[in-house]
Design a protein around this ligand. Sequence first.
Ligand SMILES: [Mg+2]
Length: 457
Amino acid sequence: MRHRVYVNRTLNLKKIRYIGLDMDHTLIRYNSEVFENLSFELLKTKLIQKGYPEEIKDFKFNFHFAIRGLVIDKKRGNLLKLNRHSAIRASYHGLSPIDFKEQNKIYKSTYIDLGDPNFEAIDTAFSISHAVMFSQIVELKKQKPHLQIPDFAIVADDVLAALDEAHRDGSIKNAVKKDLPRYILKEREIVLGLEKFKKHGKKIFIVTNSDYHYLKTLFDYAINPFLNNHATWQELFDFVITYAQKPRFFYDQLPLLRVDPKTGLMSNYDEPLKPGIYQGGCAHIITRDLNLHPDEILYIGDHIYGDILRLKKDCAWRTAMVIEELSHEIETNRKVKPITCEIEQLMQQKEPLENELTELLTRKYEEDSAVDDEKIERIQRQIGDIDSNIAQLIKNQQAAYNPQWGQLMRAGNEESYFAYQVERYACIYMAKLSDLFSLSPRTYFRAPRRPHAHENV
Ligand SMILES: [Mg+2]
């Protein structure tokens, strides 16, 4: 597959002096489906311990039931897909789709206020298990009302709390550590790319919310074997910040601790930042101690909220986002091209019919003249036939992306809410980190000119 980096805002890599990397799902790639399945299984155990019914044990994980960018309506037990204006474009209650009429009845306005705490965004690749578990419990409550299952909003909070706990108490990390080849995808290209960037004088650092021991296990496994010009990953990275509380890391003032790489023990640290391993801290320390202008730093992450949005809003560092689903999305764009062309042809066939109908109806109302009603009906039928053809084609086209939700980056004719956030906050984006690091560190990314509606004429 070709290496591709997509540009929202012009970025000259030559001007970038420091490149910061998130670890999980950015520098370290996971086998997401297997990893999410693990989270789902651990969630089951934790929820049953919390008093949820034993029936949960029989739940089967379906990785494709949810996609990134969906929003959970905690109060009503629904999953929603929104477009760039945060209008609902598709919805599910439990495991069943909500039809358009029903959706209009439930939601007086199609526009969702995402500031409302009843809505929760599924904005990372590792919250798929969360959305899937929530929907399956909603379904169970619907099917077996006699079971003691709390209100949907409480279910949503319980699932999130159980998932946080699985991340925090080590249950997920311990399972990953025990079987690294199962969960982690090693990639030589990334390591070679990092070494190439170092040759050009770029400094590379890590800011991760994970702890030092977990990071060390993953880096020893996925980085060290591929190093040519460095003995270990400790030499490759100029500094490593663990347990960063992103997104707080980007806007708060948090103290920095030094980590002893041999023992993992921490000590207070009041000196200016220098090469080494740290815990905590904040973005301000980096720009201040290294005397950097914010736009001399490029930070790369996979989490729109934790890595990208607050960073862009609060720090003005340059941003790059890794969207692993993009490979599938682009491949599918290519696959469905014949259907897309067919839809366009039908739209073109429809246009003259619609014009003719408008003309006939206009004459009928304005001139009060005798109009051929049969002709009007015939044209209306033809348009109806074309519309149902188009509807079926769109269904087939969207199912190729995801059977329930269609395309990740689009909602109907518009951008999806997720795509809108990517466009707004990520200067550049790509499917995987090696797409960027395989390029020259002197690359000039030029943003395409975006036409206004009135410029499309
Ligand atoms: Mg990450």
